[in-house]
Ligand binder design. Structure first.
Ligand code: ZN
Length: 210
């Protein structure tokens, strides 16, 4: 029998940590210098457990469309990194919710967004062992055109998998603003940047006792 790749979490402790600026490195891949990091290194895991808001009963066509958009976006990223879908949020490091993000106050008024990703760092117990993990709440609004919804999910999931910054090129999935044509696939620059993130050592994962 294979070990459960996503055992449920217990004794969760939220760490008082925020994203911080990266020290400039020598190796630049894609838009890697634009990414934020944490005191434990880039918030990336070798393997991710993802939970997606289930469809409410009775299932309506809006929630079906939402789910289809999120599934398509997740399928794109799953070609680049190992992901297990789970049915219980306790088992997940990434939780995707069908929820419109709250408007944010800016200097010129209020700004609405289609999606948002919120990062926390936690220490928790899985299978009797202590782990340090990123825990990401991904909000994707249900009130979007199908392609915008899919592009929003792709962008927000990119943050969740460790791309905590924005590309300066509008054709990339992680561009600051969506262009007129929604980006439905990670570009080469997105892929190179994610690959770079996954090659960096960090202090996430199993916490050793010594
Ligand atoms: Zn973003």
């Amino acid at each position: 029998m294979q070990a459960d790749p996503c055992p449920p979490a217990a004794e969760v402790r939220v760490l008082d940590q925020v994203l911080q600026r990266q020290q400039p490195g020598l190796e630049i891949r894609g838009y890697s210098p634009r990414l934020a990091t944490t005191m434990f290194g880039l918030p990336s895991l070798k393997h991710w457990c993802v939970w997606i808001d289930p469809n409410p009963e009775p299932v309506d066509r809006w929630s079906l469309r939402w789910r289809r958009g999120v599934d398509s976006a997740l399928r794109q990223w799953s070609q680049l990194l190992p992901i297990t879908l789970v049915e219980n949020p306790d088992r997940a490091q990434i939780r995707v919710r069908r929820q419109r993000p709250r408007r944010r106050r800016t200097s010129t008024g209020w700004r609405a967004s289609n999606g948002r990703s919120i990062l926390q760092l936690v220490e928790l117990t899985r299978d009797g062992q202590r782990w340090r993990e990123p825990l990401v709440e991904v909000l994707v609004s249900p009130e979007l055109r199908a392609q915008v919804l899919e592009a929003t999910a792709l962008h927000e999931l990119g943050h969740a998998f460790g791309l905590w910054g924005h590309s300066d090129q509008s054709s990339d999935a992680l561009a600051v603003h969506q262009g007129s044509k929604p980006v439905l696939q990670p570009t080469l620059r997105d892929k190179q940047t994610l690959q770079w993130v996954r090659q960096q050592s960090n202090r996430f994962g199993l916490i050793s006792e010594d």
